[in-house]
Write a protein of this length. Structure first.
Length: 360
């Protein structure tokens, strides 16, 4: 039985509590939230008699060392919460984004390496049977040279997303970008992104964008998205199409995966019946703790999905393409400077030795 500390008892934290509760091999040892009342209520609703505290430090100071920590706080709190756990030797599975900035993600990658403690991000939409069937069909045709995803939704969230400068790119697009890395099995090299605000948009910031990424293997990934598109909305996974040497494949973002080679018959690919979303992300993480392979959201890999967001935003602001080596170099310089200022020479030295993205 592994003991879990769950930090962040908001909407997603509660979804994680229910995910943990479905596992017979996990037990929640403490719930942490700045609002202790929220933590207590969430625990009470589940019939859990566990300590509820306000800070991760309090949770780590009481009782035995937990086996893992789930970081489901707001993005701006991710770095501090994950860092405290890693420094205490507690592996962390964090909600996306691992941090809002690549510079902070580099610091976390370095701290994870120094402490020898696993840090991974849960990119729940990567764990979709439909996406896996799509990727496998694309691979069977020789791999995509041209990949496109269309994401059109119209949520009326209210709250912080309505006020953000780049709500679509910063809060949502990381899912689609991460899925593209999964399908292509390659890393991005450069991006040109045009972000804008349709006249009828109800967001303050740019809620629509077109972006073209160039990947290291030469593939192009085109993204078109909007969060203010009334009518004919796509799946929250987007609608996908890939062109490969052997044929083309599309995916409606749910369960329909179609493949056609030349003028041959259209073949339906049946997604496997397997765990998805949070359950799959957690299973993969626990498997790694048992000595299995690194989870697909391990920080040194997942940082590329975060960099896709940062590079797209940089391109949208400058009006010019952004190169990933430059995005990483700037982030590394900022990380080294702030680590030195904080007196953390070990982190500064390690990130300086990378000079950019962590070694793969
Ligand atoms: N994978 C997905 O599909 C998906 C969907 C929604 C949200 N998310 C992510 O989940 C995370 C949480 O989102 P949410 O919608 O639950 O937010 P929320 O605002 O509902 O809840 C966040 C909770 O964290 C608490 N908190 C903030 N700072 C804290 C700190 N330092 N220590 C302890 N508690 C702290 C807040 O009090 C709040 O209760 C975000 O990173 C978000 O991007 C992911």
């Amino acid at each position: 039985m592994r003991q879990v500390v769950l930090v962040g008892a908001g909407a997603m934290g509660r979804a994680w509590m229910d995910t943990v509760a479905r596992r017979p091999d996990l037990r929640v040892g403490a719930v942490v939230d700045l609002s202790v009342a929220s933590a207590q209520q969430a625990a009470r609703e589940r019939g859990w008699d566990v300590p509820c505290v306000a800070t991760v430090e309090q949770a780590l100071a009481t009782g035995d060392r937990p086996d893992l920590l789930l970081n489901v706080t707001v993005p701006d709190a991710h770095r501090a919460v994950s860092e405290a756990a890693l420094r205490a030797g507690v592996p962390v599975l964090s909600e996306k984004p691992v941090t809002p900035r690549v510079a902070d993600a580099l610091a976390l990658a370095a701290i994870s390496e120094q402490c020898g403690t696993l840090l991974a991000t849960s990119q729940s939409r990567r764990h979709s049977p439909g996406l896996r069937a799509f990727r496998d069909a694309v691979a069977a045709y020789g791999g995509a040279a041209q990949l496109d995803a269309a994401f059109f939704q119209n949520p009326r969230f209210g709250g912080f997303r309505d006020e953000m400068e780049s709500p679509l790119l910063v809060d949502m697009a990381i899912h689609t970008f991460d899925q593209a890395r999964f399908v292509l099995g390659s890393e991005p090299e450069s991006v040109f992104c045009d972000e804008f605000s349709p006249p009828w948009s109800w967001y303050r910031g740019g809620a629509a964008a077109h972006a073209v990424f160039r990947f290291e293997d030469g593939a192009r990934f085109g993204y078109s998205g909007s969060w203010c598109a009334d009518g004919l909305t796509t799946s929250w996974n987007g609608a996908w199409r890939a062109s490969a040497a052997g044929g083309s494949v599309d995916w409606d973002g749910e369960t329909s995966v179609r493949a056609q080679d030349g003028d041959g018959p259209v073949r339906m690919r049946q997604p496997a019946d397997e765990p998805e979303g949070l359950d799959a992300a957690l299973a993969e993480f626990l498997d790694a703790l048992e000595g299995g392979p690194a989870p697909s959201g391990e920080i040194r890999s997942n940082i590329w999905s975060l960099a896709m967001v940062e590079a797209a935003v940089a391109s949208a602001r400058s009006g010019a393409p952004a190169r990933f080596d430059e995005v990483f170099a700037q982030a590394a310089a900022a990380c080294v400077e702030s680590a030195r200022t904080a007196g953390d020479d070990a982190t500064a030295d390690l990130v300086a030795s990378w000079g950019g993205a962590p070694p793969r």
